[in-house]
Design a protein around this ligand. Structure first.
Ligand SMILES: *Cc1c(COP(=O)(O)O)cnc(C)c1O
Length: 357
């Protein structure tokens, strides 16, 4: 039997989540954001599971070509644009839409003769201060793009820093966007998952949900994915491969960070940080043993972790363990480990077998 760890991708949940997000933003079209190998869920698997998606948004140029190669006909948006002239030429050839976020990308678009005009998403900075032109520069930039024969359609784009933070929100960024773009009659895209779910006035022409599509919450454990009707897409599961009986005073694993205060039974699970499980998950992080909630004990090692099975007498070698998934939200595991679901699903390692359902 092979090493028992596997990730299962539930494509029906993907379809359900896409439809759920569309229903939250009924006037908008929705890019399924599939950067980073669809947040670890598999780029082509995800695209094939969403044959009726309005469009896909990604970051990596080879991934965009792979989508075209897999027969994706819908719009494909490159969220960071292209990185050099070859990619720009390829984008025009394969009808990829591109974000243009700085002077260098604008100049590149003016200096070349493209085989076909490209659709441009003009990225405006409204306060995130990561990528984009100052929103106030929009009218002049739009005029410049409109005069460029390499440019087909133009869409205005911005990104929120705090749509997922209850106390901070989006008001200042929205005000800056509207002030900078007043009078420009162009399509607009602003909303990530958090804004799609929480702020209907951001929906505009295209929404860009990523994490919610995969059934995790952009708000972490503060507002559960289930409360929005979203279903987990990835289940990461393994099995117990050994059992240890501990006496009071016995420690577990590297660094002996956990010591039993009484007799205990622990299961050793075939899953470690080299599989993508977070090494910084502390003792107490939830896991499911044969569907029963239990907890991690001791430090996560490269290939294994330990789970308390003291109150689960039927558990032993071969018992199924869910690290996260349909019965244990990845958001809960992420919260226990001091991170976000995005980081966990993106980190699932190549050595983990993937099953598509
Ligand atoms: C990743 C990304 C998104 C999706 O964000 P989520 O929080 O996963 O919904 C949307 N827009 C841009 C520009 C992105 O880079």
């Amino acid at each position: 039997m092979p090493r028992p760890i596997a990730a299962t991708i539930h494509t029906d949940a993907l379809c359900h989540n896409y439809a759920t997000l569309k229903a939250r933003a009924p006037q908008a079209r929705a890019f399924a954001v599939v950067k980073a190998n669809a947040y670890g869920h598999g780029l082509i698997t995800t695209a094939h599971a969403l044959p009726d998606a309005d469009g896909f948004a990604t970051l990596e140029f080879p991934g965009a070509l792979a989508l075209r190669g897999a027969g994706v006909r819908q719009p494909i948006l490159l969220l960071e644009g292209v990185f050099d002239a070859d990619e720009l030429h390829g984008a025009a050839q394969h009808d990829l839409w591109l974000s243009v976020h700085d002077e260098a990308s604008l100049v590149r678009l003016e200096a070349m003769r493209l085989p076909a005009p490209v659709s441009v998403f003009l990225k405006l900075n409204t306060g995130m201060n990561r990528l984009g032109f100052p929103a106030e520069a929009a009218p002049a930039l739009v005029a410049r793009l409109q005069a460029n024969p390499n440019v087909a359609a133009i869409t205005l784009m911005a990104h929120f820093a705090c749509a997922d933070e209850a106390g901070k929100g989006i008001a200042a960024q929205m005000a800056r966007f509207h002030a900078g773009t007043a009078g420009l009659a162009l399509p607009v895209t602003l909303a990530n998952s958090a804004a799609t779910l929480a702020y209907p006035d951001t929906h505009a022409d295209w929404v860009r949900p990523g994490i919610a599509l995969y059934g995790a919450s952009p708000f972490g454990s503060a507002r559960s994915a289930a409360s929005f009707g979203l279903l987990p897409v990835m289940t990461l599961a393994s099995e117990i491969i050994a059992v240890q009986e501990l006496a009071a005073g016995d420690a577990v694993g590297y660094g002996a960070t956990f010591t039993a205060t009484q007799r205990m039974r622990i299961g050793i699970v075939a899953c470690g940080y080299a599989d993508g499980y977070p090494r910084h998950a502390p003792s107490g992080t939830p896991l499911l043993v044969d569907g029963q909630r239990s907890q991690l004990v001791g430090r996560v090692s490269m290939d294994m972790l330990a789970v308390d099975i003291s109150t689960l007498p039927a558990a032993g070698v071969g018992t199924a363990v869910e690290l996260w998934g349909q019965a244990l939200p990845v958001d809960e595991v992420a919260a226990a480990a001091g991170t976000i679901a995005y980081e966990l699903t993106c980190a699932v390692a190549a050595r983990v077998a993937v099953t598509v359902r």
